[in-house]
Design a protein around this ligand. Structure first.
Ligand code: ZN
Length: 883
């Protein structure tokens, strides 16, 4: 519930804790409605604290306190402590150090719909403690810089809770009267309480093992509900791959004897890296070829790896405070991106990550919620698990990697691990380790941590045929963001390559340097700088920001002809794709203006020719090939417009798709047929590539009003032996007029009604459709028996997909989409504030739309603000959106 005025927490106010907790012994008697918690804490005053007489203030919410005992002696009298809604203060702390404090309280997991602390999911008890959920379990110093060793005993009914799990190694277990049993777990590594976890329920386990580089044998266990045991093989394989990769690339070895993963169907986020006991959203564990798509498989491997990598970057070394969240998340996202690139296709992975960054993070950076990767203030920390902290945070680590090179970056990470193992540290400590290991200074680079907003690089060039030089003039500018009017120049790595008109690589030799290379990393540190390349016998085409070497917007004037040239000749896979996207993007931008002015639409033949050439070439990486053939998304196109016009964007983009399909029909048909196999689906690059290119072709072909081609989709739907193909076919049938649309949707539901994750896809697909009846469909689906506001995955599938992946219908001019979303946010505000506040993002960017839509969107934001008992989560995002 909302305080009278929600409190803001500031980074500048950080002080060390007044007390330290060294040892925690937890004892749980588990019950759905009344779980008894006994916490025995060994504490002492923190010698680093300035206030050696401070009272002990523990955080706690929604707890029923039973009693408090000091030093195993007498119970504290009511006069010895003060209990408030969110804290417990004990004044007369013993002189003797350390001392023992035992607190007994009860909690009710059943009514915990916020899914923080201890809660119930399909009869299973589980926890989520990051960021501040542990205070909903017991009174504690709930902050990441208080690190303790934990011993946890779980007592429960043997039939309801045959499996009892917590962090660390299982050290004892036994039977009790009344059909109960108990298990004790011990985690020898100190950790902050946000990494605590417990799970209890009727779970099946699949087991394997891993031998570490030093020869230790680790037992690996995945726990799922009984019906899902046949969907764990890929997750297990992914875990082993991640363990091997982390040893090879970072020298990081796993430390406990046991690594457990539990899949839970009610989960606010993706997954949680609790020490030795990861808790996962089922979406990122369960996969069978007939139930999960190739992209599900890839996400599972990426998320399993991400949480595993946290064991070193997050658990062994954690954050001092939550402002440092990007220390663990930025670095770990960078690590999982590199892992996935190594496992699949580096080119494809980079393109997908950049696409996500540019559509979602750039939008955040340009809006009212812009914040640096190390924010200065928050009201509710749950609101700061953002694309900026994660994805831009990863880009900042990537830039360090680019500037230092792989070898020196590794020296830096080795030093970081050696210096800080077992500590709670800051982003500053990470940068210092990179500096110290390599004898470099990164003073200016630090601005990336404190400055919000997306810098704009403007590049111009001048070729001097007499001197045989090329001058690149690069300037940087960052627009103001809330609270940061003035921006300082950043240290930006700009990777550049040059290509002669005959397609050969031109040498990159900077004036005054003896080195010549195929590409060069320019260090842009000033507001404007010139870089002169020498020894160029003719004017080369310039490939700038290769591999997307910095999270910036690039402005550079280039003709369609030059872009078409780069699309066929750039040796950098990212920039080659980027040239194609620029080419088609420019064309669509022109067509959007034509739509707005009621002009006849015509696609420039140069675009058709460029696509024809791409189609004519032999491509080894078929996934990359399919990205070259893909159009920029409506969301990405919207980001490029000063005032977003969703109808014009949709109309122009559909026109381009249809025209390309008409003009290239034969080539697309051949490509489809050449790659269409009856495969049962397997996660190998060749098969994934074939499915991807084939389904890209199908998507074009079904835009054509041709019954024979529509039948291809129908046939593929009926005969598909894997979810990728079945889903791709159903998607084109739902997104285009199709004779079998209703029938196939009904069949799909019949077939998969017992597979929750597949039914999520069924909801999302309909919610994101451009079909004219979508809004009515979404309303009807809200009343579907399979819809449930208590399941975050289902909320994201229906409400999330409609508001975030269907710009055409969500932004309907009459405002019905906005009103619908606000209704759901208000309903979720009390049920699950964390999920509710995430849904607001669709309204946050209201300034980007026309006056009519602005008025409708702000009216709904104001309605949300006037909700009774508004949560801190929702209040913070809604009020900042309006500010
Ligand atoms: Zn993470």
């Amino acid at each position: 519930m909302r305080d009278a005025s929600p409190q803001t927490t500031y980074l500048k106010d950080y002080t060390v804790p007044d007390y330290l907790i060294h040892k925690v012994a937890l004892h749980f008697v588990l019950d759905e409605e009344r779980t008894e918690v006994t916490a025995r804490l060994t504490l002492s005053r923190n010698p680093a604290s300035l206030s050696m007489s401070a009272a002990l203030v523990l955080a706690g919410e929604n707890l029923t306190l039973q009693r408090i005992i000091l030093n195993d002696g007498e119970e504290l009298a009511a006069a010895d402590y003060v209990q408030a809604a969110d804290s417990l203060t004990i004044y007369n702390v013993p002189q003797q150090q350390p001392f023992v404090l035992t607190i007994e309280n009860t909690i009710n997991p059943k009514i915990n719909t916020a899914l923080e602390g201890l809660y119930l999911s399909n009869g299973m008890l589980c926890t989520q403690c990051e960021a501040e959920g542990f205070r909903k379990i017991t009174y504690f110093l709930d902050r990441p810089d208080v690190m303790a060793t934990f011993t946890t005993t779980l007592v429960g009914d043997k039939s309801r809770y045959p499996v009892l799990l917590s962090n660390g190694n299982k050290i004892a277990h036994g039977e009790l009267e009344a059909n109960r049993h108990w298990v004790t777990w011990e985690d020898p590594f100190t950790k902050p309480c946000y990494l605590f976890a417990l799970v209890a329920g009727q779970l099946e386990c699949i087991e394997d093992h891993f031998t570490t580089q030093s020869g230790r044998d680790i037992s690996l266990q995945i726990f799922v509900e009984p019906q899902d045991v046949d969907k764990c093989a890929h997750a297990m394989q992914s875990l082993q791959n991640a363990m091997r990769w982390d040893e090879a690339v970072y020298g990081c070895e796993y430390d406990l004897d046991l690594y457990m993963i539990v899949a839970v169907s009610h989960f606010n986020m993706g997954a949680m890296e609790n020490k030795g006991l990861n808790v996962f959203n089922t979406k990122f564990v369960l996969a069978r070829p007939d139930t999960a798509t190739d992209s599900d498989y890839e996400h599972i491997e990426g998320v399993i790896a991400h949480e595993y990598f946290h064991n070193w970057t997050g658990n062994r070394i954690t954050c001092r405070d939550w402002f440092q969240l990007s220390l663990k998340e930025g670095f770990t996202v960078f690590r999982d991106q590199e892992f996935t690139g190594d496992r699949t296709s580096k080119a494809v992975k980079r393109i997908e990550d950049v696409t996500m960054l540019r559509t979602r993070q750039f939008a955040e950076d340009a809006g009212p919620l812009a914040h640096p990767i190390r924010p200065e203030a928050y009201i509710e920390i749950n609101n700061f698990y953002t694309v900026t902290i994660y994805e831009k945070g990863a880009e900042v680590v990537r830039m360090l990697h680019t500037l230092l090179g792989a070898e020196r970056f590794r020296k830096g990470s080795d030093l970081y691990f050696a210096r800080h193992d077992g500590q709670a540290v800051t982003c500053e400590d990470f940068v210092k380790a990179m500096e110290a290991a390599n004898g470099v200074g990164l003073v200016q680079f630090r601005r990336w941590y404190s400055q919000a907003g997306t810098p704009v690089l403007t590049v111009s060039r001048r070729y001097d045929s007499q001197a045989q030089t090329l001058t690149l003039s690069i300037s940087q500018e960052c627009p103001p963001t809330p609270g940061q009017a003035v921006k300082e120049p950043l240290h930006i790595p700009v990777k550049v390559g040059l290509i002669y008109p005959d397609g050969t690589i031109a040498p990159c030799q900077l004036q005054g340097s003896a080195d010549s290379a195929e590409e060069v990393i320019l260090a842009l540190t000033e507001a404007a700088q010139d870089f002169v390349f020498t020894g160029l016998s003719s004017e080369p085409a310039v490939s700038v920001l290769r591999g997307f070497s910095a999270p910036v917007k690039l402005v550079m004037e280039r003709s369609l002809t030059e872009l078409a040239f780069l699309l066929s000749h750039d040796s950098d896979t990212f920039n080659r794709w980027e040239a194609g996207q620029q080419l088609i993007g420019q064309a669509i931008t022109g067509l959007i203006a034509d739509v707005q002015n009621n002009r006849e639409l015509r696609l420039d033949p140069i675009i058709i020719e460029a696509f024809r050439q791409v189609l004519a070439q032999p491509w080894e990486d078929l996934s990359y090939f399919s990205l070259l053939l893909s159009l920029p998304s409506e969301t990405y196109l919207a980001e490029q417009m000063p005032v977003i016009d969703v109808v014009a964007i949709h109309t122009a983009r559909e026109f381009v798709k249809l025209t390309l399909a008409e003009q290239l029909q034969n080539a697309l048909q051949t490509l489809y047929l050449n790659n269409h196999r009856d495969e049962s689906g397997c996660f190998d690059a060749g098969a994934i590539g074939r499915r991807r290119i084939k389904n890209t072709c199908l998507n074009y072909l079904c835009a054509l009003d041709d019954p024979a081609l529509k039948n291809w989709a129908h046939q593929q739907f009926k005969t598909a032996k894997n979810m990728t193909d079945q889903m791709a076919a159903l998607t084109v049938m739902v997104n285009n007029p199709h004779y079998a649309r209703r029938q196939c949707l009904a069949e799909f539901y019949q077939q998969w009604q017992h597979e929750a994750l597949v039914i999520d896809k069924w909801f999302a697909l309909q919610a994101a459709s451009p079909a004219p009846d979508t809004f009515a469909t979404v309303q009807a689906l809200m009343a579907h028996p399979a819809f449930d506001l208590g399941t975050p995955n289902r909320i994201r599938a229906l409400i999330g997909a409609f508001s975030q992946a269907n710009p055409l219908h969500f932004h309907a001019a009459n405002g019905q989409g906005y009103q619908f979303l606000a209704d759901q946010i208000i309903a979720l505000n009390t049920l699950n504030p964390q999920v509710a506040s995430r849904m607001i993002s669709a309204l946050t960017s209201w300034r980007r739309y026309d006056a009519g839509r602005q008025a409708l969107m702000t009216a709904q934001l104001e309605r949300i603000m006037s909700t009774e008992a508004i949560s801190k989560d929702v209040y913070e995002i809604a009020s900042k959106s309006l500010a």
